[in-house]
Write a protein that binds this ligand. Structure first.
Ligand SMILES: *[C@@H]1O[C@H](CO)[C@@H](O)[C@H](O)[C@H]1NC(C)=O
Ligand SMILES: *[C@@H]1O[C@H](CO)[C@@H](O)[C@H](O)[C@H]1NC(C)=O
Ligand SMILES: *[C@@H]1O[C@H](CO)[C@@H](O)[C@H](O)[C@H]1NC(C)=O
Length: 398
């Protein structure tokens, strides 16, 4: 009898132990407190530009912004971008563009991304092919300057505060980050698509393939440089399925070749380049983990998130993934979203469709707000990340 009780007790203790162990294992991630990022510093191209190109050159015209801001808001979409949803998710305000001199607030970060940016500096101008002069190396230099100058201003105003109890310029100091918060911020990246697009224009496929190691190398150098300036948490998007962009179909030379398109209608050879870039980027992020011992590097598979959406359009309530909501593209006449062209005496307007929320593509190159929202929801919980950590925990080293 006693033996049975004793056995039962052992069993009970064992069960409690096992379930405790399971509990600890299952809850390991949520048990760690979130990082509580005080700021986001973003680097990239039009996929995450929140006003850079509009400030530096000319404003993005209506109907961009129509679904959310109800006016053009410097973004290449009808509304918010993935970076906006990331900011919302982390409880931070939308990022002001570093280049914008009007109405900006950098208290919780800054955005260095500009539409048309590349990783490698290109010998082209914005007036030729829309290539931004602010390549990734320039963006990281702008960050260095931003950090040095805001820290200097902050210390000056503190000194002034001690001397005569008056802030140098209270309103501008309130809109600058605290120097000690730079090392606790999240550093986000979404760049590479324009290096590939420039390659399609200027290089043969073998040449472009051969250039990928150099492109990835420059990406790694930018991350290393930011690390040397105190950055620790990195959230790195790979590049999306460029061969699935509806605008990619306008200029294809031999689409009748068998196997040119995949089963969803994306250009196979273009996506193959994006996949190769991503493979090498992922490998580089791995080596960076060894080189930068205090960095937490999260590699985010944006390609798979976008491709999953494009290949399951109906399930998620979207229409044809190749439909372009804004712009006029018929009989070889291409009028881009927001543009007006007079052809044979009649004006053609690149207008928006009636239901942007049902479209994946807003203007043929950029995703709709609805698609951006879908993608941001998928990536925020870490289901497309390596390591598979929610973005709120992206400061934890693995
Ligand atoms: C740009 O031009 C310089 C000097 O001619 C050259 O060294 C460099 O490789 C070029 N860069 C690209 C991306 O073509
Ligand atoms: C403009 O009109 C001419 C003459 O009618 C015609 O040949 C041409 O195709 C038209 N162009 C366009 C872009 O419709
Ligand atoms: C992440 O969120 C998406 C969308 O809400 C959901 O479908 C997916 O199962 C989640 N994944 C994890 C690992 O929580």
């Amino acid at each position: 009898m006693e033996g049975i009780i004793e056995n039962a007790r052992v069993l009970f203790v064992a069960i409690v132990f096992v379930s405790l162990a399971l509990d600890v294992k299952a809850r390991r991630i949520p048990a760690a407190p979130p990082c509580d990022f005080p700021a986001i510093y973003n680097f990239g191209d039009s996929n995450s530009d929140t006003g850079g190109i509009s400030a530096a050159f000319w404003p993005i015209p209506p109907p961009y912004g129509v679904s959310y801001f109800h006016r053009p808001a410097g973004r290449n979409s009808d509304g918010r971008l993935i970076i906006d949803f990331i900011a919302e998710h982390l409880g931070l305000p939308y990022l002001s563009s570093y280049l914008d001199s009007i109405g900006t607030n950098f208290r919780h970060g800054a955005n260095f991304a500009t539409g048309g940016s590349t990783i490698r500096m290109q010998n082209e101008s914005i007036f030729e092919n829309g290539i931004s002069p602010f390549s990734l190396d320039i963006q990281t230099m702008q960050f260095d300057q931003f950090k040095a100058r805001t820290s200097e201003l902050y210390h000056q105003s503190e000194l002034k505060l001690m001397q005569d109890n008056i802030f140098l310029d209270p309103s501008s100091a309130r809109k600058l980050p605290r120097p000690k918060e730079f090392s606790r911020a999240l550093y986000t990246f979404d760049i590479g698509q324009n290096d590939i697009a420039a390659g399609f224009r200027k290089l043969t496929m073998p040449q472009l393939r051969a250039a990928i190691p150099d492109i990835v190398d420059k990406f790694g150098a930018a991350i290393t440089r930011l690390y040397q300036h105190g950055a620790r948490a990195f959230w790195i998007h790979n590049t999306g399925p460029i061969g699935c962009l509806p605008a990619a179909m306008f200029y294809v030379s031999n689409p009748s070749k068998p196997g040119f398109f995949d089963k969803y209608g994306c250009i196979r050879s273009h996506n193959a380049i994006a996949l190769e870039f991503n493979r090498q980027l992922k490998a580089r992020v791995n080596t960076l983990r060894a080189e930068l011992p205090h960095a937490a590097l999260t590699y985010v598979d944006i390609y798979s998130a976008k491709y999953h959406l494009i290949s399951n359009t109906k399930i998620y309530g979207f229409r044809d993934p190749f439909k372009i909501c804004c712009g006029h593209h018929k009989n070889n006449i291409h009028v881009w979203c927001g543009q007006r062209v007079v052809i044979n005496g009649s004006e053609i307007v690149g207008a928006a469709c009636g239901s942007p929320a049902a479209c994946i593509s807003w203007d043929g190159v950029h995703y709709s707000q609805a698609a951006n929202h879908w993608i941001a929801n998928r990536i925020a919980n870490g289901s497309f990340s390596d390591p598979p950590m929610p973005i709120a925990h992206a400061c934890l080293k693995h």
